[in-house]
Design a protein around this ligand. Structure first.
Ligand SMILES: [Zn+2]
Length: 237
């Protein structure tokens, strides 16, 4: 099954033809990504849990047929035919699209990336490189681990509250007595601070919904889902 990221990005894609989605079971990220290689220049983003966003122009493929960016968890592009991809376990995918400036972005936001502000970096990079107005940007957050399942240590919760005092509303005393964090909510809040025009948040939890998703938190499964977005070229649209 492939979950098409719906509504907002779909409406954006009326102006800008997009290939956008999130692969669910039984697809595994690696094989699913390979299925795009005939038609797309596939960018593999690394998972280093930072906040750096790469701007991807026209690029050369490596011998495996990919383009690897090993020092970033997110990227933006305005080049048709380039497919940005991340592999996700429970971490939160953040898609962005500006149908006016005709560019897209994708970031992988685990708790470290969220704390480092990767969602804000994504929007700022679109402004800086393509001159986007944040109000024109549409964003979709998740599927990813929900507040229902994301138990963290006191130290992690504290580091969020120190950096983002407003994050108190996304931190709950959970059933175990430990704090639970709503990473999707925090990323949405960060995007709203950046004045992003439309923000859609998925209610899907990768940890709860075993029939749909792989989850490291649930089962230490090393299989991943693939998040992807690209602007279709003329021959693909
Ligand atoms: Zn859950």
């Amino acid at each position: 099954m492939v979950m098409v990221i719906k509504d907002m990005l779909r409406s954006a894609s009326l102006c800008l033809p997009l290939e956008v989605g999130f692969s669910c079971k039984p697809h595994r990220a690696k094989a699913f990504r390979a299925s795009f290689c005939d038609d797309w220049k596939v960018v593999r983003l690394a998972l280093i849990h930072g906040a750096h966003i790469e701007a991807v122009g026209d690029v050369e493929l490596n011998s495996e047929g990919y383009i690897d960016f090993e020092d970033c968890d997110g990227a933006v592009t305005n080049v048709p035919g380039i497919l940005l991809t991340t592999s996700n376990g429970d971490c939160i995918p953040v898609w962005t699209c500006d149908p006016v400036k005709r560019c897209v972005g994708l970031a992988h936001a685990g708790w470290r990336g969220t704390l480092a502000g990767i969602a804000a970096s994504l929007v700022r990079r679109m402004k800086e490189v393509y001159g986007c107005e944040p109000e024109d940007i549409v964003a979709h957050i998740g599927p990813g681990i929900g507040a229902c399942c994301f138990e963290v240590g006191e130290d992690v919760a504290q580091s969020f509250l120190e950096k983002y005092p407003w994050a108190e509303e996304y931190c709950y005393a959970g059933r175990t007595g430990k704090p639970f964090l709503d990473l999707k909510g925090i990323n949405a809040h960060i995007l709203s601070f950046e004045s992003v025009g439309e923000i859609e948040v998925s209610s899907r939890c990768t940890c709860c919904e075993e029939e749909l998703f792989y989850s490291y938190r649930r089962s230490a499964d090393t299989s991943r889902m693939l998040a992807y977005i690209g602007i279709k070229g003329l021959d693909l649209s």
